[in-house]
Design a protein around this ligand. Structure first.
Ligand SMILES: Nc1ncnc2c1ncn2[C@@H]1O[C@H](COP(=O)(O)OP(=O)(O)O)[C@@H](O)[C@H]1O
Ligand SMILES: [Mg+2]
Length: 247
């Protein structure tokens, strides 16, 4: 059997904002079908990396490849059409539209030819367990359901790689567990490769096969959750932070 394809490769990525170094020499890759956690304290550069991978901002240096194709300068809408999907740390929905309309607008922008829009929207509503909320507006939903709508919008139409920016944060333990189940279902049933950003490692330990740790703008560890939790460099980096993110 052939080894899985490399879904995403970031190589020597750098990004400055004025004098602030947000990312330097960030290199790692994610194989098709993997569920990978990207962790690090606030300000480590996680969201900036998603911005670069999805094409919203350009890196100051380095390359991004998506399924073997260099996309460092590709427009973000073309990456989206190629199945590169992401959510935002702060949920972004059309508040005046219903849940169904929110998903429909997203799906219509990247639905492959020959696929039926209404059917795709119904599939997404079912997949994200939002059927009963379909005619509601986002303001009537819990935070967990708002995050579901955002994930539904992110994957609607065509999705091969899903990047989730703190989709689990702010949820109760039970809400997070349900959402993790649904994300794992997207991975298994739709074959979607997933990268989940979190700042608390314990949230991800049961979910991911691999963890990449960002600290002070660069990767300090890349391994299984157990390897990372026992890595002296990671332990030292987190000791002394008030977040106790390793627990
Ligand atoms: N648009 C921006 N303008 C200026 N500085 C930014 C911008 N975006 C991020 N930064 C800075 O880059 C660093 C990394 O931020 P971010 O990627 O949001 O970290 P994380 O998501 O890991 O919390 C921080 O110091 C942040 O203040
Ligand atoms: Mg962030």
């Amino acid at each position: 059997m052939n080894a899985p394809a490399v879904a995403l490769e970031v190589r020597n990525i750098a990004r400055n904002f004025g004098g602030v170094v947000a990312l330097r020499d960030v290199t790692f890759s994610v194989r098709e079908g993997e569920v990978v956690g990207l962790i690090g304290p606030n300000g480590a550069g996680k969201s900036t990396l998603f911005e670069i991978v999805s094409g919203n901002i350009r890196p100051s240096g380095g390359r991004v490849a998506y399924f073997g194709r260099d996309c460092t300068t590709m427009a973000s809408h073309l990456r989206r059409r190629a199945g590169m999907c992401r959510t935002f740390q702060k949920v972004r929905l059309f508040e005046s539209m219903t849940v169904r309309q929110n998903i429909s607008v997203a799906a219509s922008q990247c639905l492959p030819k020959g696929r039926d829009l209404g059917e795709e929207v119904n599939n997404i509503l079912a997949q994200m367990r939002l059927e009963h909320q379909a005619e509601r507006r986002p303001s009537e939903l819990t935070l967990a359901d708002r995050k579901r709508v955002e994930i539904g919008r992110a994957i609607a139409g065509h999705c091969r790689l899903l990047m989730l920016d703190e989709s689990l944060s702010g949820l109760t333990h039970d809400e997070a567990e349900h959402l993790i189940d649904e994300i794992m279902q997207l991975n298994r049933a739709r074959g979607i490769t997933v990268i989940v950003v979190e700042h608390v490692l314990s949230v991800l330990a049961a979910m991911v096969q691999r963890l990449v740790v960002l600290h002070n703008a660069t990767v300090i560890a890349d391994g299984t959750p157990s390897e990372v939790a026992h890595d002296p460099v990671v332990i030292e980096a987190y000791l002394g932070t008030k977040q106790k993110a390793l627990r």
